[in-house]
Design a protein around this ligand. Structure first.
Ligand code: GLN
Length: 536
């Protein structure tokens, strides 16, 4: 089947869930047997979100091939179980960088380089780069931002042009908000009408309108939206607030989103999607048999989005254990020598999050000591693993002032140090050790028990590493390396074999947990929390 393109635009407000709608549609089409991928077009000028503060943009998600991307790609992978790549996230910054690089190389042979056609051509090329691989029946393209934003204009224009060249093989879904006015107890359609009007002014007629709503939208409202927005009444669908994001594929199936998309493209599909696995996942999610409370210690706790993949990994691992994982976000800056007991004693397990820079480090180290001394299940991810090494150096090896050179370049014990390759790099974007690398596990370790495999591949995003000069001292004192990248001789996993469950990983397991394939480390960590709780 030739590649078909489905565009998802948004109107009225941001944060309506375009990413979840796109991921849910992909999920339904895959469940019907199609090959699908999702691409996110982001209108900001950063070349990628790697340099964005998590307060600004939430988590930076890392793909297998080492792209630093928007967190929506995490949803795509969690919902589809298909890895994304560098090609799946394109920003305005990336487009301009590529066009300007070509211009500097003389590629345009003296032409005046303009938004139309050069920028819009480049956008189209990025979209078609996925379609042209021949790997996909459908490419779903989510356009970031809201229709009417100055920044998204070139993207909308590129879609308009691409539509002309691919008649019958494109569909436009517009997601809007239908607000409920509590005072008059009414759902209002006017903002949707205006947002479709804006889209029409820019040359795009939506085929399907998905209305985000807190209350059911009745037939007469759907007809009204259809009439004013120039679509068929059956093409007006609702996306009602859901208990969990994982309910959305089923809700959209009930609304007929996948059927409507296929109908608009004249694709006959007799096969209904097989949603058995998904429904079973939802049943277990709704009716857990057990519960645990796990502390997630980091410095961006005001904002759930900063730890999106970790939180979702716990949802998946919870379901695998039929256990509700209550996550308590604890600000590492608020943990100190006076209050740590009160902050941590009720927890069944502790996870110390990834991060960068000095702020909140000492609180993380105090929490790790508490977990180590009290046999509380502990998982440290990236900076969390590095802090576990520092804690052990200071409190067990008695190396006062041991530190990472990221935080104290003059430490007498640089137990975490910058990777050799990183020392020559001065630029900031896309220059860390990024993406998937192999790791060999030591048999008999907790990690091996979790993975049941000697060779794994996990994704990375860091500049610093365990300093091998100290490895023998650590191992003698009881902290051992149980996962190694052999070709680069890097410590990837540390454990305390004498502890009930204490594991630190230099990589990010959270990027690889999906509904269909929950991550073994999280599954076993939650299990350890359950065991710890039952033995309390
Ligand atoms: N700041 C640390 C490093 O660069 C850890 C990074 C992380 O937690 N992702 O190595």
């Amino acid at each position: 089947m030739e590649t078909h393109y489905i565009f998802v635009t948004g109107g009225v407000a941001s944060s309506l869930g375009k990413g979840i709608i796109s991921a849910s549609l992909a999920n339904l089409l895959i469940a019907r047997g199609y090959r699908v991928t999702i691409q996110k077009l982001d209108p900001y000028i950063n070349v990628d979100p790697g340099t964005l503060n998590p307060y600004e943009h939430g988590e930076c998600y890392v793909t297998e091939d080492g792209a630093e991307t928007d967190l929506d790609l995490g949803h795509y992978e969690r919902f589809t179980n298909i890895p994304t790549s560098q090609k799946n996230n394109v920003t305005t910054g990336r487009i301009y960088l590529d066009v300007i690089t070509k211009e500097r190389q003389g590629y345009f042979l003296g032409q005046t380089v303009q938004v139309i056609p050069h920028i819009t051509d480049e956008i189209q090329n990025s979209i078609k780069a996925l379609g042209n691989t021949g790997n996909f029946d459908f490419v779903i393209i989510e356009i970031g931002g809201t229709v009417g934003d100055i920044e998204s204009l070139p993207f909308i224009e590129a879609v308009r042009q691409l539509r002309w060249g691919n008649a019958g093989r494109t569909v436009i879904i517009h997601l809007t908000l239908v607000p409920f006015l509590a005072a008059t107890k009414e759902l209002k359609t006017k903002p949707t009408q205006h947002s479709v009007k804006t889209l029409l002014e820019q040359g795009l007629q939506p085929d399907i309108i998905v209305c985000r709503t807190e209350h059911d939208i009745n037939e007469s409202l759907r007809k009204k939206i259809a009439l004013f927005c120039n679509v068929e009444p059956q093409s007006v669908l609702q996306s009602i607030d859901a208990k969990s994001i994982y309910d959305v594929p089923i809700l959209m199936y009930k609304e007929g989103l996948d059927r409507e998309v296929l109908r608009k493209m004249n694709i006959v599909c007799d096969k209904e999607p097989n949603l058995d696995y998904w429904k079973e996942f939802l049943r277990k999610l709704e009716y857990p048999k057990h519960s645990v409370t796990i502390g997630l210690i980091g410095k961006y706790v005001e904002l759930n989005d900063a730890y999106k993949s970790i939180i979702e990994s716990f949802t998946h691992a919870g379901v695998a254990n039929e256990c509700k994982v209550k996550i308590e976000l604890i600000h590492s800056e608020h943990i100190n020598e006076e209050n740590y007991q009160q902050q941590l004693e009720h927890l069944d397990a502790i996870l110390v999050a990834p991060g960068f820079g000095t702020r909140g480090i000492e609180g993380k180290i105090i929490a790790i000591k508490y977990a180590r001394v009290n046999n509380i299940p502990f998982l440290g991810i990236c900076l969390g693993m590095q802090c576990a090494v520092i804690e052990f150096a200071r409190n067990v090896l008695k190396w006062k002032d041991a530190h990472s050179t990221e935080i104290n370049p003059d430490t007498p014990y640089p137990v975490i140090d910058m990777m050799e390759k990183q020392k020559k790099i001065s630029g900031m974007g896309g220059t860390m050790r990024l993406g998937a690398y192999p790791c060999a596990l030591k048999k008999g370790s907790k990690a091996f028990t979790a993975y049941q495999n000697e060779n794994i591949r996990e994704r990375h995003r860091h500049r610093y590493e365990f300093n091998n000069n100290y490895l023998a001292d650590f191992e003698k004192a009881g902290l051992v390396a149980t996962g190694i990248n052999k070709s680069q001789n890097l410590v990837e996993i540390i454990e305390l074999p004498s502890h009930f469950w204490f594991v630190g990983v230099q990589f990010h397991p959270e990027y690889k947990s999906t509904v269909m394939k929950n991550h073994p480390l999280f599954v076993v960590f939650v299990k350890a929390a359950m065991q710890y709780k039952s033995g309390k």
